[in-house]
Design a protein around this ligand. Structure first.
Ligand code: NAD
Length: 385
């Protein structure tokens, strides 16, 4: 056994915790650059409280999943303001953008060079500016990860900027911020949270600590995802999904992911589809492929036992077996406002390109079984329906 484990310096969790951001900031903080989403007004009260504490704020709105171009503009705006601290308050797109701004504000090389897959994966020369991540979706767990996912339209992919410096200094997880999420967004971000915990748990690179955290995430997402997407506000379910999302981020940052995310990066760079929606369309076909391969190769092996444990975590039934985990996920996905890959706009002529790009994605390295090009294409065919 040989592993390392790292996470955000301070995690502050609780309903209402976003109302006290200034208490976490070091004394003398008076210039903060805030990345927000397309509706900065949503966070007006939170930001006014910072200003009341004598903090000069520059607010910058990130309206979509970040790309190299949108990020370059945001980084320039941050450099002009010369902040002491960066805060990102929004969905995973904003959290990732803020994290990348904090990382690159003092690292002035060509942005592409720092990226994985399409760039050189150049290490950062200087540490990130202290970064506070305040998520408003319960899905990506980006508040607990050391990477930002960035679209590179010229290469038709989304890839990561990754560095140990990028772990947020503070992760402030306030379930109240997710209370108004529309059902569809709650469903697709929530299925991302469940997927990340499942993929980290099954990953080749899983370790005892990432497993412990992923187990907690799977259990909470399984019992609360449906209720968190309902029309009636269920505070416990919302809180569970925020814990599940955080667990997924911490687990994946230490164990990597698998084929769902191996596909989601490249496909999200080829077509404009929300990340969580892609996860929802791919989770079942990938689970089926991994489970069937594991059963064929070694029905009594460790991987099948992990699927059996997943069945227990999902259903709370200690005798449930791996086959039931797959059936349970199928039923859950049918119950949520999620779509198939073809309903999301993916067409079968894109299959070869997506399979080829997915095989080179960093998340694919965690997948518990090797998947050939033919396997990858078959998964995509399965996800289309
Ligand atoms: P998102 O941030 O793109 O947000 C989805 C939609 O929800 C947007 O329209 C946004 O404006 C809206 N929204 C956000 N908060 C809201 C609220 N409280 N109420 C109402 N609407 C709200 O979606 P996401 O799934 O959170 O993030 C996706 C991004 O995160 C993708 O780029 C994905 O690749 C990336 N990601 C990063 C990591 C990581 O570890 N860094 C992990 C997984 C995914």
């Amino acid at each position: 056994m040989d592993f390392s484990f790292a996470t955000a310096n301070t995690i502050r969790f609780g309903a209402g915790s976003a109302r006290a951001l200034s208490r976490l900031l070091p004394r003398g903080t008076n210039r903060v650059f805030v990345a927000t989403g397309s509706s900065p007004k949503r966070h007006q009260a939170t930001l006014e409280l910072l200003e009341k504490n004598g903090i000069d704020l520059e607010t910058y709105s990130i309206s979509n999943e970040p790309t190299v171009d949108s990020l370059a503009e945001a980084i320039q705006a941050a450099r002009n303001f010369e902040p002491q601290i960066i805060i990102g308050i929004g969905g995973g797109s904003v959290i990732d953008a803020g994290k990348a701004i904090a990382a690159l504000i003092h690292n002035t090389g060509d942005l592409i060079e720092y990226l994985e897959v399409v760039g050189k994966g150049r290490p950062l020369d200087y540490p990130s500016l202290p970064y506070m991540a305040v998520p408003t979706t319960a899905g990506t767990g980006s508040e607990g990860t050391r990477n930002s996912v960035i679209g590179v339209p010229s290469a038709g992919v989304k890839v990561s900027l990754r560095s140990p410096f990028m772990l947020p200094h503070w992760a402030v997880v306030d379930p109240e911020l997710t209370y108004d999420l529309p059902s569809e967004i709650a469903a697709y971000t929530g299925i991302d949270a469940l997927t990340q915990n499942l993929e980290a748990f099954l990953s080749k690179k899983a370790n005892p600590l990432s497993d412990a955290i992923a187990r907690e995430g799977i259990k909470r997402a399984a019992r609360s995802l449906k209720a968190a997407c309902g029309e009636t506000l269920d505070r416990n379910a919302k809180s569970d999904m925020c814990v599940a999302s955080l667990c997924g981020g911490i687990a994946l940052a230490n164990a990597n992911l698998g084929a769902v995310h191996g596909f989601a990066g490249p496909i999200g760079g080829m077509i404009d589809i929300p990340h969580g929606a892609l996860c929802g369309s791919l989770l079942l076909p990938v689970c089926r492929a991994n489970f069937d391969t594991a059963m064929r190769r070694d029905p009594d092996g460790d991987l099948v036992r992990k699927f059996d444990e997943i069945a227990f975590l999902l259903t709370d039934n200690p005798t449930a077996k791996g086959t039931y985990a797959v059936a349970w996920l199928d039923a859950l996905i049918k119950d949520l406002p999620l779509k198939s890959l073809s309903q999301l706009g993916f067409t079968s002529d894109l299959t070869a390109e997506a399979a080829d790009k997915a095989s080179r994605a960093s998340s694919m390295k965690g997948n518990p079984v090797e998947l050939s090009q033919a396997d990858l294409k078959e998964i995509l065919q399965d996800a289309l329906i």
